[in-house]
Design a protein around this ligand. Structure first.
Ligand code: ADP
Ligand code: ASP
Ligand code: MG
Length: 424
């Protein structure tokens, strides 16, 4: 028999019927003799609503809209998971399953002090392990822990995935099943490309790239943590009828295993296409071409907590001035422009042009390490469709291309087909 962590996302617990369905999934594993701990998200839309309340409060009080106490933000937004953990425990009890809810601070899930985007530092799983051994199911509120200040800390959006992997590592689970509204990780977002195919397996490294380049099926940190602790993550659907699923050891339900590279027998050159919306481009024209200028641009931006992503600097024609283009999240554009304006004398640029509404489309595959020409294929395919490329960055296993948002879906589908990823 196995020790399992089962994680259910927002759409899977969106209403009472779905929570009941989740309880049936849990009961099925429990009845098969497995030791089970469950991690739940808030009901779909709940976290957005809570964040919306926090953001709206200053307009009521008339205070500065962008500044609020991050510890109170956490106290508010963590509440969605408290509700679902209690409801699922009640549903399980009604089925005769011994279950109880756990909030992050009760376990405790210890985090650092970065309220709103805290990192899990340690989970003491001993109490839960002991209770699982007696057949009790732990229903854990995801997305939350407790900081060194003894206050609730949340893990950043999508953080319940990370709660699940951390708990799996903390209780030494055999597997961490991520139940969601798709039946696995696909070659691209199936909502954008209906021709996307489910991957049976994907390496940790590729999944890390896919997630950090926009495939929000898993939170980036959850994959990072699974890789470090060797947790076997399996992405699967919560919408299958629990009565039809075989819960015995060795059963092979549909889904995607995130695993080591050497567990994948047939490695494709390109594994998937990811995209990230809401990027903005900034171009500084006629920047002095001299040592220290990049530091003068990116130092103040980093101090203002603006995350700069793609950077392109032209070679200047006459050695005196050059152009510098980079991207920032669209939501940070205003802050970035203000910061650059304040540092204008230090940097010495003529004009700052900006364009919101950009999308970064990325091609990911470990096979790129050993295959040439992958980038050229992408450029030719996009040119054929008349899609203009604004910036490019590459690494060993990915190519990212910045384009206008209007062409995002066309670009994703075009690249998906050109690398032979479309299902037959
Ligand atoms: P949950 O609420 O269960 O955490 P999410 O909404 O966070 O679920 O993640 C699941 C969604 O991720 C899917 O509905 C799908 O639209 C999206 N997604 C993006 N890229 C991919 C991909 N490559 N494979 C599968 N799903 C993807
Ligand atoms: N409820 C949180 C969110 O919406 C965490 C999660 O769902 O993983 O971001
Ligand atoms: Mg999610």
């Amino acid at each position: 028999m196995a020790r399992l962590v089962m994680k259910f996302g927002g759409t899977s617990v969106a209403d009472l019927e779905r929570i009941y369905n989740v309880a049936r999934h849990v009961q099925r594993e429990h009845a098969a003799g497995h030791e089970v701990a469950v991690v739940v998200s808030a009901m779909a839309g709940k976290t957005n609503e809570l964040v919306g309340w926090v953001n709206a409060m200053p307009t009521v009080t008339g205070s500065n809209a962008s500044i609020f106490d991050a510890r109170e933000y956490d106290a508010i937004v963590a509440s969605g998971e408290q509700v679902t953990s209690g409801l699922l425990a009640i549903a399980l009890q009604s089925m005769g399953v011994d279950a109880r809810s756990w909030q992050g601070w009760q376990i405790p899930v210890r985090t650092n002090n970065a309220h709103g985007a805290a990192r899990i530092e340690e989970i003491d799983g001993s109490d839960i392990v002991e209770r699982m051994g007696r057949g009790q199911v732990a229903v854990v509120a995801g997305f939350q822990g407790v900081g060194p200040d003894n206050r609730i800390a949340t893990l950043g959006r999508g953080g319940s995935d990370t709660s699940a992997v951390a708990l799996a590592a903390g209780v030494k689970a055999d597997r961490c099943d991520i139940y969601t509204d798709v039946d696995g990780v696909y070659t691209t977002d199936p909502r954008v490309a209906p021709s996307a195919q489910r991957l049976d397996r994907i390496s940790f490294e590729e999944m890390l790239e896919m997630a950090s380049l926009g495939a929000k099926v898993l939170q980036v940190r959850s994959v990072e943590m699974a890789m470090i602790h060797g947790v076997r993550m399996f992405v699967r659907s919560s919408f299958d009828d629990p009565a039809t699923i075989d819960s015995s050891d060795g059963a092979n339900p549909p889904g995607t295993l995130i695993c080591d590279e050497d567990e994948i027998l047939e490695q494709q050159t390109v594994t998937g296409i990811a995209y990230a919306k809401d990027e903005a481009q900034i171009s500084l024209r006629r920047v002095a071409d001299k040592p220290g200028v990049a530091a003068a641009v990116f130092g103040p931006l980093s101090q203002a907590h603006v995350n700069v992503d793609m950077i392109v600097q032209n070679v200047s024609e006459d050695g005196s001035v050059t152009d510098m283009t980079f991207t920032v999240p669209e939501g940070d554009l205003e802050k970035a422009l203000k910061t650059l304006d304040a540092a204008r004398d230090d940097i010495g640029y003529e004009v700052a042009q900006s364009d919101p509404g950009m999308v970064k489309v990325s091609v990911v595959g470990i096979g790129m390490r050993s295959h040439a020409g992958v980038a050229a294929t992408a450029f030719a395919a996009l040119a054929n469709k008349g899609i203009n490329i604004r910036a490019i960055t590459t690494s060993e296993i990915k190519i990212s291309i910045l384009i206008d948002a209007d062409y995002a879906e066309l670009a994703v589908r075009t690249l998906h087909s050109v690398y032979g990823l479309d299902k037959e």
